[in-house]
Design a protein. Sequence first.
Length: 237
Amino acid sequence: MNDLDRLLELQANDTATDQLRHRRTTLPERAALVELDRKEQQVRAEVAEPQIERDGLARDQKRLEDEIATVEGKAVHVHKQLYDGSMTSPKEAQALQADLESLKRRQATLEDEVIELMEKIEPLDELLSGSKVALTAIDAERAATIASLAAAEAAVDQELVATLAARQVLVDAVPASLVAEYERIRGGAGGIGVARLQGATCLGCHISMAAAEVDVIKRLPAEDLAYCPDCGRLLVR
Ligand SMILES: [Zn+2]
């Protein structure tokens, strides 16, 4: 095997390495994680307003319940005055009785308002707990995807270790100047630095050259490097 044949092997190995690196950066788990983030944002956006509404209703409920407690306290006080024998006239008793009834009515009204609020809160709570379930499911799927991504990366990394080790063996077997020339062309030609000439066709760019051009290449001394006139890659003839 001559140096150029080894260079073709190096090319095949480098192409395999490039494909592995590409596979590593485009593992489907990466796109899946982006999609999960998008889903999470969507769920959070959907419940942002209901959450604000629910918090507001809960504040209203608290305010009403505090007011009910105050009214109840007043009613207890009036009730005590009515029955502790401290009254001095039936007129006073009548006034206290009227106060008590008014307080009871006020309490009943407030309690109805609380029930109305609770009826508004209930469907919001259902919606919010539904979103919590969805977020928990997204978190679980994310954890599984991250684990799957790590496993896939490890598998690719193992293959990369093998191709890079094989590369070193090939590089050591080819003159350094030839490897440098190959690297130079490969860097500017989409990862392909050397290609076989098959008949009149360069297998690097798949363009067929004129018979005269092929002739020139075929007549080159064996130690001279040949280049494709179309793509500039090294040719193995
Ligand atoms: Zn070419």
